[in-house]
Ligand binder design. Structure first.
Ligand code: SF4
Length: 491
């Protein structure tokens, strides 16, 4: 998972791109980069948190009124400095690109690019392949000065990208002398939203980003989601061109609502916060049906993504909501940290139970998801250490049984606890008195119930193994799992 942003404005954009990265930091904490354009490309990249990478001096050197930015959370390629986005090429002319997602036919595309097009790849990143493919397809057309003609060429190139590229990709790109370009894969798996702002010259500034979390602080009005299969082009005068090139089923990632997106974001015209409230309501109804006599004394969220679902679950059950686990905000989210050792070490380090909220009580823990199960087991142990008489565990999503190949770094099938154990075995592993998961239909209902959205059916492949794109055979799944293991081990 990554965060991307592109801004076209009537004033320098570097500081606002920096702010955008800060507001997308939850989508990737591994590295970040910004590229702007004025006379030439200006670039700054680094590893770590956004606030530690960019100094005032670095931001001041990023000149220009148009630029793109990227927060990195590796799902393909290694962890090296060379893999940090945005990527750029000077052939046929300067194009810089930032990508959120994962290309499932990376190996085939990389072969084509290096053999047929004689391009050299510096990294193992699928985003670099996407950049070269896009650049080549654009290169095959004459480059007119006229913006309408250029937009036609762009549409041609993106149509061909849609033909060749499989998987998930939301993209922002900067083209020298032309402006800002954005497009979203034909199923719209990863999010992409657009905002506008009237500038002091009376013109329009545009922002396109993974989430709208930075729109309000930067003075942008949310406009709409970029549709699946759509391209948006903002020319150097700020004029917008857009076209939905391919109309397929709209299948955005449901895990964005469960875990990744910030609660204040609205993705695909559905409020993340509201969807999480509905997850809690649906889970409470299921609990009442299954365990009418087991109403807990207190409901505590596993902070902090689960806070919203836990709150509505507590309201629906008529039970007190308590923040009985204090989360140290200065430690990264465990799911997002590379490596199991770091994850195990960090649970007790970052969560502190509050004895007054726990001792002598029947406690229900609500978590957004259970992936490997180690964090959940550790939480249960802590609650028992602090005197809980009984512990119930409620999960806002269904069992995660299959990895994501569309841009979320999930463990392999071997490591996913729900792929290897029954619910009753997981209950024993966690050592809880009762365990409940959200049903698949209830999760889908929680996201789809409200909002003026166009979602046909969200992607839920990590819960139901029904991958959205047609190439995902069992052989392909095996191949992609091996590739991911190789990337993780740095081989
Ligand atoms: Fe999202 Fe899961 Fe689909 Fe991946 S497989 S895109 S995490 S719903």
């Amino acid at each position: 998972m990554c965060g991307i942003a592109g801004i076209h404005s009537n004033k320098p954009v570097a500081a606002e791109l920096y702010d955008s990265l800060i507001h997308l930091q939850h989508r990737g904490q591994d590295a970040a980069g910004i590229i702007t354009y004025k006379n030439r490309m200006h670039k700054s990249k680094g590893s770590g948190l956004v606030r530690d990478i960019f100094t005032d001096k670095k931001i001041a050197r990023l000149k220009g009124n148009v630029g793109i930015a990227h927060n990195r959370y590796p799902t393909h390629g290694g962890f090296g400095h060379g893999e940090i986005q945005p990527f750029w090429t000077s052939v046929p002319y300067g194009i810089a690109l930032a990508h959120n997602g994962n290309l499932t036919n990376y190996s085939e595309l990389a072969k084509t690019i290096t053999s047929n097009e004689s391009r050299y790849l510096n990294t193992d990143s699928d985003s670099e392949v996407l950049l070269h493919l896009f650049a080549d397809l654009l290169h095959n057309k004459n480059q007119p000065d006229n913006d309408n003609e250029f937009f036609k060429n762009l549409c041609y190139a993106i149509e061909k990208v849609f033909e060749h590229v499989q998987g998930a990709y939301s993209v922002v790109a900067l083209i020298i002398g032309k402006g800002l370009v954005a497009f979203r894969d034909p199923n719209g798996i990863r999010p992409l939203v657009k905002g506008v702002r009237t500038n002091k010259d009376g013109g329009k500034d545009h922002i396109i980003a993974s989430e709208n979390t930075m729109f309000y602080p930067l003075g942008f009005e949310p406009e709409r989601s970029i549709l699946p299969g759509e391209i948006v082009y903002i020319n150097h005068k700020g004029k917008e061109f857009n076209r939905r090139i391919l109309k397929q089923s709209f299948n955005p990632c449901i895990f964005e609502y469960v875990y990744f997106a910030r609660p204040d974001a609205t993705l695909n015209d559905v409020s993340v916060y509201r969807s999480r409230l509905r997850m809690g309501q649906n889970l409470a109804e299921k609990w009442k049906q299954r365990f009418p006599d087991n109403i807990p004394d207190i409901i505590i969220p596993a902070p902090s993504t689960a806070n919203t679902s836990a709150l509505s679950m507590a309201n629906t059950l008529g039970v007190r909501y308590s923040e009985g686990l204090y989360k140290n905000p200065f430690i990264g989210r465990t799911f997002i940290m590379p490596g199991q050792r770091a994850r195990k070490k960090s649970v007790r380090y970052k969560l502190t139970p509050q004895r007054t909220e726990i001792e002598g009580k029947t406690v229900m823990i609500v978590d957004d998801s259970i992936v490997r199960g180690n964090t959940s087991r550790e939480i249960v142990r802590m609650l028992k250490d602090f005197g809980a008489t009984k512990v119930y565990f409620a999960v806002a999503c269904p069992p995660v049984i299959s990895p994501c190949f569309y841009g979320v770094d999930m463990p392999t099938r071997k490591e996913l606890i729900a792929n290897n154990k029954t619910i009753s075995q997981i209950k024993n592993f966690l050592a809880v008195d009762e365990l409940i998961y959200q049903d698949i239909d209830s999760l889908s209902e929680a996201v789809m119930r409200k909002g003026d959205h166009h979602i046909d059916k969200p992607c839920m492949a990590c819960f139901d193994k029904k991958y959205i794109t047609s190439e995902m055979s069992i052989e392909k799944i095996n191949e992609l799992e091996q590739l991911r293991i190789k990337d993780r081990n740095g081989k």
